[in-house]
Write a protein that binds this ligand. Sequence first.
Ligand SMILES: [Zn+2]
Length: 73
Amino acid sequence: MATNSLQRDERAGSGAPDGERPPPRSVTGPHPGYDRYGRLDHYYYRCERCGLESTDAALTERCWRCDDDEEES
Ligand SMILES: [Zn+2]
């Protein structure tokens, strides 16, 4: 699936680094997802606008839920 080699150091709560802004769509990720044992299980993306989370990297291009919500074409 969408496992690209993009690796980012994400530290929760440490504040956003300067010079790096979130994309207009406000889709963040990939965030590491862990299984019940605390092991890295998958990566997911999250739309900060509507809260949709998906392992599908297509979310970074376009949030289908937001697109559903409001049509601006
Ligand atoms: Zn959304």
